[in-house]
Design a protein around this ligand. Sequence first.
Ligand code: NDP
Length: 352
Amino acid sequence: KKKTVVITGASSGLGLSAAKSLAEQGWQVVMACRDFQKAEKAAKEAGMNPENYQVMHCDLASKQSVRNFVQTFRTMYQSLDALVCNAAVYFPNAHKEGVILPGLFPGGGPRWSAEGHEMSFAANYLGHFLLCKLMLEDLKKSSGTPRCVILGTVTATVNGAELGGMIPPLAHLGNFEGLEQGMKAPVTMLDGGAFDGAKAYKDSKVCDVMLMKELHKRFHKETGIVFTSLYPGCIAETGLFREHYPLFQNLFPAFHKTVTKAYVSQDEAGQRLAACVADDRYGTSGSYYSWEGEAGTGGGGGKDAVQNTEKDHDWFMNYGSFRTLSIDEIGGEAANDQRCSKLWELSEKLVA
Ligand code: NDP
């Protein structure tokens, strides 16, 4: 019997590339996407065999849409073997509310989800929180060892060691003052501070890693579900950067190829994500897997990373720097367990 994986945001970038890779490995891929037509077109253009995938509508910025998605899924599939929380938006130019300098800050102020939450928080994190909660039931029915994989990022500063995590604005969740107030206008940021689109993205990704930790703590023992998170390297050319300045879009890939050495192609990043879904070596619940650089470039990372590579990763091509953080090694904003629990409880109130 084919294994089934749900991938959110599989209409472009990393999600599409992982969908293709898993479909080729014999998985049934459910592409949970907000734009049905775009996803269908993307799958066709990627050369995916229609027998191995299905596009289903899911807009993570709407609670109702997430609930509808799960219901539709259940009419067609008895169980789920893997859930990949990949979709994300990034509004790097959307600075403080009200500051609109044409051409310089084309992103304007914050955008809002169906329920009126700031969009990066809603789509990147809260929609996934609800989806994970609902789909635990489907994962539990898997006949194998089900997995739930949540995309993190280096800029969420969970490693502390990488350059990408040191570039301002830094993620900062404060004591969830904004979330306590419901994350609705005029509140835009989790810490209750002034709106900053780049920071909102990083904050949302910290929440994603905290969600993985909390899911592990609450459900791994009881259900056997493996919860992991990853940073796939910097895929500088995906749609994620579509709202950045053109100059940035041109220079960003070169910067990461030469300076940070974190650059990775979309295909290779897709294989890394697919490995987190399907490969036994990425099956330790609570882990954060962090890659940098392309195979064979030897890029990124310090001495530790290289030692790590040799120790536990020489089997998987020749990545310059790969490291696994166990649940207790996850640092920075995502480190504190009590805060992970607090985030969970406050999030439950928002999706109730
Ligand atoms: P893309 O912009 O190419 O892909 C993002 C996907 O999310 C798109 O399919 C998009 O749909 C979808 N999406 C956005 N909003 C919603 C929504 N409300 N409901 C459903 N789907 C939605 O970006 P990437 O492939 O680069 O990013 C994928 C993941 O990888 C993200 O979680 C990102 O944080 C992470 N990541 C990316 C890095 C990079 O360097 N690119 C580095 C580290 C992590 P649509 O096609 O309709 O716009």
